[in-house]
Write a protein that binds this ligand. Sequence first.
Ligand code: ZN
Length: 243
Amino acid sequence: MRYAIIADIHANLTAFDAVLGDIEQRGGVDEIWCLGDTVGYGPDPHQCLERLQQYRHVCVAGNHDWAAIGKISTADFNPDAALACQWTARQLSREDIRYLENLPLTVEKDIFTLVHGSPREPIWEYVISTSIARQNFNFFPSPYCLVGHSHLPLVFKEEADSCTYSRLGANIGLVLGESRLIINPGGVGQPRDGDPRASYAIYDSDSKMVRLYRIPYDIVATQNKMIAKGLPIRLAVRLQHGM
Ligand code: ZN
């Protein structure tokens, strides 16, 4: 079986469609695993939710997903994110709200635990250091954990009494072996590792391999939509820098 691992679409339909097109070109997948933050920041929240639901998929809740429906507070959001969140709330249909409301915090799939932030704190915690990763290995039962939230393609590896990390490079197959791992596929709709291309991964359960892909998309088209819809200009500009 083959699974697409996607995270942080952030209402960027142009980027999401580019990723879906790439998945199709590679022969498709049996299921999409979505690690949350489908909405927030970008210009097409409703359209992205609708698109995702056209596919067989599982999805967990992200902070932007629940903030947009008032299920959690935006007190910790920066001013641009909070403004985008208020705008997003006005774009959602009754069905969108119900869908977001019912997203689980954690899903177990095959040999993976899926969460948005971290297994310890699924909504808010960023797994961006080896010390945080090391603590989080105690909070999931499966061999491997998939996280989003930081928008950084990274892999953390549990060692005997330490933890190491490396960047996940495009097109390099990560073979799942003995060591437990926490894997982040990067962000579809707002990459933050300095590479503006959309980021996602495919897991092949036969070869036990996770492979990351970077996909160019029409960034200007997304930026133009954001400006036309009155979203904060800084959120549009950051897309071209991948930051
Ligand atoms: Zn996010």
